[in-house]
Ligand binder design. Structure first.
Ligand code: ADP
Ligand code: MG
Length: 400
C-alpha cells in the first residue's frame, strides 16, 4: 500500500533530533530546545512592499532549524551545518553592525537588535541547519533570522508575538547585515500557517490567512529554481525604489499603494505632464497593477476559483518583465515553456535577475510541464533548473 503523505512539517521532529545531536557533538551539552522557521515563495505582489503595498507569500516546507542553549556570560557562539566555517564566537562587545561576520551576521544581527530593543539576551550557543536553498530567492536569510529570534524569545521569556519578531528580524537584516529588504520575507517565515497564503498589508502589517489548498483542487504549485543569479540586482533595486518614490512624490501620495487601480491611467497621464521619465511611469504601472493583482488573487482564492489565479500570475510576470524590467532570460523561459506546455500560469517570484519562478499546474500535468521546462533549459544551454512542489506550510514554531 502507498504510504500516506505525512504532510508539511511532520518531518521536523526527526530532523530536529538530528540537529540536537549535532549540537551535542559540537558544544558538548544538550540544547535547551530546537526551533524551525521556513523559507517562502511569494504568490503575487512583487516590489510592492517598499511602496506600502500588498503581498501574498506562503511558507515552504523547507526550514531552517536552530538548536539553542542559554549562556549566562554574554558570549554568543554560532555554527551552521551548511557552511565549512567552524564556530563563530562573539563576546559581549563583538556585535558591531556592518562588521561583516559573513553568514553569522544574520543570527548575530538578531541578538543585536533584540538587545537594542531593550531585551536581555545574556548569551547563547546556536547550531543551525537549513534545507532552504540559499540565494534562490526563497528567503533562506529570513528563515535564519526568524528561527534565531523565536528561539531566543522562547528561551528568555521575552513574550514577543511572531509579527514583532519578524519586524526585529527585518531590522537585523537592514541595520546589521546591511541589506535593505522589505518586511515580507520575515513576516511570511514568522506568521504563515499551513494550507494558507499570508495576505499582508505592508503599511500597517494587517494580515489575513487566505485558504490555499491546491491539493484539494487537484492543483500544484511548482517552484523552479533557475540556479542563476545575475549581478545586476542591487543597483537595479535601488533604482526602482528611487523611481517609485519619485512617482509617489509627483502624484502627491505618501506611497504608490495610495493610487487606486481605477485611477492608474489618469495617474500615468499626470506623471507624463509632470515630466517624469518613461521608466518612472512604467515602475508606477507595475506597482499599482501588482497591488491590484494581489486583491484579484485573494478574491479568486476566497471564491474557490483557484484555476483562474493562473492567468493573473502570468500577467504579473509580463509586468515585471516589461514594466519593472527585473526578469532575465532564464526566468522568462520558465514562464514561456511552462505555459506553452499547459501550465495555468507562471511568473518569476522574489527580486528577479535569476532566482526562482513559480508555476501553477494541474496535478496531472506537473510531470509533463516540469519535463518541458527542463528540456527548454537544456536546449538553451542553461544549467539544469531545480524543480519542486511548494506546499503551503506552517510558519516558525518550536519543534523540541
Ligand atoms: P535568500 O534569502 O534569497 O536565500 P540572501 O542573499 O538574502 O538570499 O541570503 C543568503 C545568505 O544567507 C547566504 O549567503 C548566507 O550568508 C546566509 N544563509 C542562509 N542560509 C544559511 C545557512 N543554512 N547557513 C549559513 N548561512 C546561511
Ligand atoms: Mg534573503
Amino acid at each position: 500500500a502507498e504510504v500516506a503523505d505525512p504532510g508539511p512539517g511532520s518531518g521536523d521532529a526527526i530532523a530536529a533530533r538530528r540537529v540536537a545531536e549535532e549540537f551535542r557533538e559540537l558544544y558538548g551539552a544538550d540544547p535547551d530546545g530546537v526551533w524551525a522557521a521556513p523559507g517562502r515563495v511569494n504568490l503575487i505582489g512583487e516590489y510592492t512592499d517598499f511602496n506600502d503595498g500588498f503581498v501574498l507569500p506562503l511558507a515552504l516546507p523547507h526550514t531552517a532549524l536552530a538548536a539553542v542553549a542559554r549562556r549566562a556570560d554574554g558570549v554568543l557562539r554560532l555554527h551552521s551545518a551548511d557552511v565549512s566555517q567552524g564556530v563563530v564566537e562573539l563576546g559581549p562587545d563583538g556585535l558591531v553592525p556592518g562588521s561583516g561576520t559573513g553568514w553569522a551576521a544574520y543570527p548575530a544581527g538578531v541578538v543585536h537588535v533584540l538587545r537594542g530593543a531593550g531585551h536581555e539576551i545574556p548569551g547563547a550557543d546556536i547550531h543551525l541547519s537549513s534545507t532552504v536553498p540559499t540565494g534562490a530567492g526563497l528567503s533562506s536569510s529570513a528563515a535564519l533570522e526568524v528561527v534565531t529570534a523565536l528561539a531566543l524569545n522562547d528561551l528568555y521569556g521575552l513574550g514577543l508575538p511572531h509579527a514583532e519578531l519578524a519586524v526585529l528580524a527585518q531590522r537585523a537584516e537592514n541595520e546589521f547585515v546591511g541589506v535593505p529588504c522589505g518586511i515580507m520575507d520575515q513576516m511570511a517565515s514568522a506568521c504563515a500557517t499551513a494550507g494558507h497564503a499570508l495576505y499582508l498589508d505592508t503599511r500597517d502589517l494587517g494580515r489575513r490567512q487566505v485558504p490555499f489548498d491546491l491539493a484539494g483542487h487537484g492543483l500544484r504549485l511548482l517552484v523552479v529554481d533557475t540556479r542563476v543569479k545575475h549581478a545586476l540586482g542591487d543597483g537595479a533595486y535601488a533604482e526602482r525604489r528611487a523611481g517609485c518614490e519619485a512617482g509617489a512624490r509627483a502624484l502627491g501620495v505618501r506611497a504608490l499603494r495610495d493610487v487606486p487601480y481605477g485611477e492608474l491611467p489618469a495617474a500615468l497621464d499626470r506623471l507624463a505632464e509632470a515630466g517624469e521619465s518613461d521608466d518612472v511611469r512604467a515602475f508606477v504601472r507595475h506597482v499599482v497593477s501588482d497591488d491590484h493583482r494581489v486583491e484579484q488573487v485573494i478574491a479568486l482564492l476566497d471564491a474557490g476559483d483557484v484555476r483562474a489565479v493562473g492567468p493573473v500570475l502570468t500577467e504579473g510576470h509580463a509586468s515585471l518583465r516589461d514594466d519593472l524590467r527585473v526578469s532575465c532570460p532564464e526566468l522568462d523561459l520558465v514562464v514561456s515553456a511552462a505555459t506553452a506546455a499547459g501550465a495555468l500560469g507562471a511568473r518569476m517570484t522574489g527580486g528577479g535577475f535569476g532566482g526562482s519562478a513559480i508555476v501553477l499546474v494541474e496535478e496531472t500535468e506537473a510531470a509533463a510541464v516540469t519535463k518541458s521546462v527542463e528540456e527548454a533549459f537544456a536546449a538553451a544551454g542553461y544549467t539544469a533548473p531545480r524543480v519542486f512542489p511548494a506546499t503551503a506550510s506552517r510558519g516558525a514554531h518550536r519543534v523540541l
